[in-house]
Design a protein around this ligand. Structure first.
Ligand SMILES: [Zn+2]
Length: 408
């Protein structure tokens, strides 16, 4: 009996030594902008981490192998503008039935990191963490609102008395890494307090702010209030002076970019128009990051998911590698999570496997505009920390080697 135990123990050790990878993605075109890779590579994953990216990795070294030839292998997508704080009891708000459940939507679109953009504030972030963040397979991070109650609707979001930079900043600092920034949004008054207090909070926690800026001119926001690294979302809304009269970028956004302000798409249900985005793109005013502003209203109209927003940039002529850069490595840096959005050896194995489907497609904006295009993204497989969390049938069987053949 004892001999038998040692024999199987020795055999197990031999197998472990020979098996290097839990999962091997074989033959795909890897796009990893951080590491300047855009080429056919095999990706070996072990212990939840990227273990190797190489021209060839022998399938005999892997427990499971997926043939991803003809597909694109990218870092797990990072969407920095979403709304995920569901059912707080404030019907019609981003912190209730307008929010979505992260695991219902992130994995199937290749997003391994979804960042909630201000749905909660310091008063209710702990509830958001307990009910959503801690229970999700998708990595959920958060900007907290400068409003203590978060995006719970007008009565809360217009209340200047619930915007305290000191309290919000101290709270955010307690959750450094999980809370990645301070949001201000939906404020309709003429006061500057929401934005100024957001910056006070962000300074205290050493994180950026993200601003959804009512509907007034943006030059003073960029020149006086925001700091380099702060994020202006809804960059193609066209209602805040982003465009000059002749259609190109306004002096305000050009000066803002020079100062280091980050420009984010935040498509949403009212912030992406072809007649704004196309001329601005043509004039070279391109986004730093591509995000959805996903909520139940936006995703059931002209914005479907992150891939759909990425499709729109392909349609406007942005090359594939640039689209992936703006959906992975750039947003990861913007939220100070440089361990994400890349496939460096040793980094967490968050991976998206995407197909670029060819055909005749039409992409709508929020006001009835449409652009025809010949390609769109489809997510075939999503891996989060080494585990497959979403896959389409079209990819075929994941080959799992019987233990007796490992290493041969
Ligand atoms: Zn939003």
């Amino acid at each position: 009996m004892r001999t038998l135990f040692f024999a199987s123990w020795a055999a197990a050790c031999t197998l472990a030594a020979q098996t290097h990878y839990d999962l091997l993605l074989k033959g795909g075109h890897v796009i990893d902008p951080k590491n300047k890779i855009s080429a056919v590579r095999d990706v070996g994953i072990s212990g939840g981490k990227i273990a190797a990216v190489a021209a060839t990795i022998d399938a005999s070294q892997a427990t499971k192998t997926v043939d991803v030839s003809g597909l694109y292998v990218t870092p797990g997508l990072v969407d920095i503008h979403t709304h995920l704080y569901t059912y707080t009891g404030n019907h019609g708000s981003m912190a209730d039935d307008h929010a979505i459940v992260p695991d219902s939507f992130g994995p199937r679109e290749g997003a391994t990191t979804m960042v909630d953009a201000g749905s909660s504030g310091w008063r209710n972030f702990d509830d958001f963490k307990l009910r959503i963040i801690d229970r999700s397979r998708t990595r959920v991070l958060a900007f907290i609102d400068i409003v203590g109650h978060g995006h719970r609707g007008g009565k809360f979001e217009q209340d200047l008395n619930d915007m305290d930079g000191k309290v919000t900043g101290d709270f955010a600092a307690k959750y450094k890494g999980l809370i990645v920034g301070i949001k201000s949004a939906h404020f309709a008054g003429p006061e500057w307090k929401p934005y100024e207090q957001a910056v006070i909070a962000a300074k205290a926690a050493n994180i950026p702010v993200m601003i959804d800026f009512g509907s007034r001119p943006i030059s003073e926001l960029f020149s006086r209030v925001l700091r380099p690294g702060d994020i202006y979302t809804h960059m193609y809304s066209g209602i805040r002076g982003e465009q000059a009269a002749e259609g190109g970028p306004s002096q305000a956004v050009l000066d803002g970019r020079k100062r280091g302000i980050i420009f984010d798409v935040g498509h949403g249900s009212g912030s992406f128009l072809w007649r704004v985005a196309v001329p601005l793109m043509k004039a070279g005013f391109i986004p730093d990051s591509i995000s959805t502003d996903m909520h139940t209203a936006s995703m059931n109209t002209a914005m479907k998911d992150l891939l759909n927003v990425m499709d729109k940039f392909l349609a406007m002529g942005m090359d594939l590698d640039s689209v992936i850069l703006r959906s992975t490595w750039n947003p990861a840096r913007e939220i100070q999570h440089e361990e994400l959005g890349n496939l460096s050896v040793g980094s967490v194995a968050d991976v998206a496997v995407l197909r670029v489907e060819k055909g005749k497609f039409g992409f709508a904006d929020m006001y009835g505009g449409r652009m025809d295009a010949t390609q769109k993204f489809v997510c075939e497989l999503t891996v989060r920390a080494g585990r497959v969390i979403s896959r389409r049938r079209q990819l075929g069987r994941i080959l799992r080697r019987p233990p007796s053949t490992l290493g041969r």
